[in-house]
Structure formats: structure tokens, C-alpha cells
Design a protein around this ligand. Structure first.
Ligand code: EPZ
Length: 426
């Protein structure tokens, strides 16, 4: 497995543009099944999760091709509604292929995607939503078979504003008979991007970005060309890295409107920022101040996907901060690794108490999940000395060559592939 080697202690500086959003591209790629013909998607990031999704679409009979940052999906020959268990296991997000496959074929067969390092990640809200639209669901062992002779619009209330469940129900409802209303819907920008893509294909959806989404079923959708929004979590990761390395970084092609909660936290920490319509400049000239309390919650509150990264800033801040994680029950796995780098953090169930220290020290650490890995890279950039981050494949799921991203800003970071042991000649 690859590892990243970082010589820390150098302020980041320069200008960087942000690649397309993984969590917008994945549901939009799944939604390409809803219209026969060629969908062209621009600003798609080259990430492991995207490659897995394209592999699944090709397995279902589509022709998915990735050229530059453009993906073309021709779903006219799609002929399967069965996602093999081994592919479900590679990426949990394959669960939101259920809605499009059910809408297109009237049936779908998937497998429990299982939990992951950050938590149990149930799918009950997805299944209840599809049942409300008329699907009959049979679960046996890990297999989930779902069929619907006809999908009929319904009023669906989500017990929790689940991003994936909101997206799955939207995609199942677009071709249903009649109207569907989702209340207590997730409000993330990626949901708005999915609505805009589906409407570009001829759907009739309003309300994405609010807690009530209305979908009027239409007879059919047509393929379209679409550009995915910038990745707010990658942008936020770069902002935090600029702050903790006392650097000066300008981020272009981003959407500050998607980062209001992070900008608010960084301002409370005393970080200087200039924000315009698609540019953010961050200059971390001072030691950050502690932030009394940050609570992760569904958008527009502070995002769980930036929790581990901002914890590095709090670990170096002047004072004591408290971070409460309310979205995923297993999202503090980066804490032990940060403590090994000199951080002073104690975890009490879903809260972390972070006592700021003047500096972190390089160490060999292990990424356990995507955003925890990103946090360890940020810690390595700020730390004194050399840091080696192992299990980098977790990070590659959500960052397109993170070492190139930070090298462009002056970081001394490189990737090392494992040296294959030379077999003795026979
Ligand atoms: C999406 O995951 C994102 N992934 C996650 O990003 C992100 O952390 C999460 O939303 C929250 O913002 C993609 O969009 C591909 P949820 P998702 O359904 O849809 C519980 C990253 O780092 N829940 O909103 O799986 C669940 O257990 C990834 O890029 C149920 O109980 O998130 C969790 O505690 C990580 N039943 C909470 O809701 C359900 O049926 C939030 O899950 C569904 C979810």
C-alpha cells in the first residue's frame, strides 16, 4: 500500500483550484441510468470512488468512459439491475443505485453495504422511502431484492435528514406516477446539484437545499450535459491546511456559500480570510485561538466531513476546545494518531476535549478512513520533522493526488509505492 512522506513546518503559499465534488458526482453518475442515451459530465474528479462507480455502471451494461475531467455514460444498452456483492462492498455509495435501477427496470438486487470505519451507516431510511413509493422489498441474509410494478408518488418524512436516502428517493420518484414530497430532507449542496442535473434531464423537482423537496413524476427523461459543483470538503481541507501551517493560500473555482460554517469557525479561531464569489484567501499568520465548542450536524451546520481536519487546528490552538460529533459514531479514529504526534486530546463518547499545544511532531501514522487520513496529512504539514502517513488508499477515495495538491502550494510531500521484494532467481 502506498504511503505519503511529509517534511513538515513549511507555510503553504500560492493559488489552487478545486476539483469537482465526489459527493455530487456519485449520485449524478447513478442518475445517468434514468435516461437512455449519452450523458456527459464535466468537472468529475479522478478518485477511487468514481472509478468504482464507473465499474459498476459498466457491469450493468452501460458504456462509461473517463476522458480528462469528463465522463460520458451511455446507458442505452444497460441490461442488468443486479449489483454483485463484491462491488457493493467496495463502495457504500453504491446503495443509491437502488432508486435509478428501480425506476428504470422495476426491480433491483443489491447487498447490505455494511458499515465502515466511521460507523454503522444503516440504510433503513432508504428502504422505507422506496417502500412508500410502492416497492416491495425482500431481505434475505445480506441480499436485498426490491421490485415495483409501478412507482407511485407519496408523502415521505425522513426520521433523519439522510443525504443518501434523500438522493435515492429523489431518483426513484422522478419517473413515478404523481407527485412525491420529502419532508425533513437533507439540505446539502450536493442534493441541489442532483436536483439541477435531474431537471436538466427533464425532471420537475423543486425545494432541494431546503428541508422539503417536491418531485412531480414525468413520463421520461432525456440525456444531458452537466458540470458538477466544486468539492467543498476538499476546499475546506486546503483552507485548514493553510491556517495550521501559518501560510497564505488563495483557493479559486470554489463556492464560499457552501463553506459558511467553516468560515465562521476559522474566523472564531482568529484566522484572516478574504471571501468573494468564487475565491477564498486564507492567511494564518497567528497561532489559532481555541474554539469553545463545535458540533457537527447536517448541512448547513458544521460538516462531519471536516471534523477531523479542523481538529488539527484545535490541537495547535491557544486554549481548550470541545468537538462534538453527532453524525457518525465512529469518527474519532484520527485522535490516537494525532496524540502520537504530540496532540493533547481526550475522547468522552461522542465529544473530544482538545487542549492546544504549541507544536506537533512528525511520526509514522495510519489513515483509518478518508477524512481521518486527510487530517493526518494536515498534521504532517504542520508538524516539526518527518511524518509518514500509511494506508493512503483511504485518502485517494476523496482527494485526487493529495500530494500533488499540496506540493503545488510549496509542501515537501511525496508518495512512496511499496517496494516489491525481488524474488530470488530460480
Ligand atoms: C453522505 O453519506 C456522504 N457520502 C458522506 O461523506 C457524509 O459524511 C454524509 O453524507 C453526511 O453528510 C456521500 O455523499 C457519498 P447519511 P451518507 O445517510 O449518505 C444515519 C465522505 O467523507 N442513517 O446522511 O451515507 C447514518 O447511520 C463521506 O465524503 C440511518 O440511520 O450519510 C449516519 O449516522 C463520508 N439510516 C447518518 O444517518 C439510513 O437509512 C448520516 O448518514 C441512512 C443514514
Amino acid at each position: 500500500m502506498d504511503k505519503l512522506v511529509i517534511e513538515g513546518g513549511r507555510p503553504l503559499s500560492g493559488t489552487i483550484s478545486i476539483h469537482g465534488a465526489k459527493n455530487a458526482a456519485l449520485p449524478i453518475l447513478a442518475a445517468s441510468l434514468l435516461a437512455e442515451g449519452k450523458v456527459r459530465l464535466h468537472n468529475v474528479p479522478r478518485l477511487l470512488d468514481i472509478e468504482v462507480m464507473l465499474g459498476i455502471l459498466n457491469r450493468l451494461g452501460c458504456k462509461a468512459v473517463f476522458e480528462g475531467d469528463c465522463v460520458t455514460v451511455d446507458s442505452s444498452q444497460a441490461d442488468s439491475f443486479h449489483i454483485p456483492e463484491e462491488l457493493m462492498g467496495q463502495m457504500r455509495s453504491s446503495i443509491f443505485l437502488m432508486g435509478p435501477l428501480l425506476a428504470r427496470f422495476g426491480e433491483v438486487c443489491v447487498y447490505q453495504p455494511g458499515g465502515c470505519a466511521i460507523g454503522e451507516r444503516k440504510i433503513d431510511l432508504h428502504l422505507r422511502g422506496l417502500e412508500a413509493l410502492g416497492a416491495v422489498i425482500e431481505e434475505s441474509d445480506r441480499r436485498i431484492y426490491c421490485r415495483a410494478s409501478k412507482l407511485v408518488g407519496a408523502d415521505i418524512h425522513l426520521d433523519y435528514p439522510s443525504v443518501g436516502a434523500t438522493e435515492n428517493i429523489m431518483m426513484a420518484a422522478v419517473l413515478a406516477e404523481g407527485a412525491t414530497t420529502i419532508t425533513n430532507a437533507a439540505r446539502e449542496p450536493e442534493i441541489q446539484d442532483l436536483q439541477n442535473f435531474l431537471n436538466e434531464m427533464g425532471a420537475s423537482i423543486i425545494g432541494a437545499g431546503t428541508d422539503t423537496i417536491t418531485i412531480k413524476g414525468v413520463a421520461q427523461l432525456s440525456p444531458c450535459e452537466y458540470r458538477v459543483i466544486p468539492d467543498r470538503i476538499v476546499a475546506g481541507t486546503v483552507m485548514i491546511a493553510a491556517a495550521v501551517t501559518r501560510g497564505n493560500v488563495t483557493i479559486t473555482e470554489c463556492n464560499p456559500g457552501h463553506l459558511v460554517s467553516l468560515i465562521h469557525v476559522l474566523r472564531r479561531a482568529g484566522i484572516q480570510m478574504q471571501v468573494s464569489n468564487d475565491i477564498i484567501n486564507v492567511s494564518g499568520l497567528i497561532r489559532p485561538k481555541a474554539v469553545e465548542r463545535i458540533v457537527t450536524s447536517p448541512y448547513p451546520a458544521f460538516p462531519t466531513d471536516l471534523q477531523s481536519q479542523v481538529m488539527v487546528l484545535l490541537a495547535l490552538a491557544n486554549g481548550v476546545s470541545i468537538m462534538k460529533e453527532t453524525v457518525f459514531e465512529g469518527r474519532f479514529k484520527h485522535v490516537d494518531e494525532l496524540v502520537r504526534m504530540g496532540a493533547d486530546i481526550t475522547v468522552d463518547l461522542h465529544s473530544a476535549i482538545i487542549r492546544g499545544v504549541p507544536r506537533l511532531y512528525g511520526a509514522t501514522v495510519e489513515a483509518t478512513d478518508l477524512r481521518a487520513g486527510a487530517a493526518l496529512v494536515i498534521a504532517g504539514l504542520a508538524a516539526k520533522g518527518k511524518t509518514v502517513v500509511e494506508q493512503v488508499h483511504h485518502i485517494d477515495r476523496g482527494y485526487d493526488q493529495i500530494e500533488v495538491l499540496f506540493s503545488q502550494l510549496g509542501a515537501v510531500i511525496h508518495r512512496e509505492a511499496p517496494v516489491l521484494r525481488q524474488l530470488d532467481p530460480a
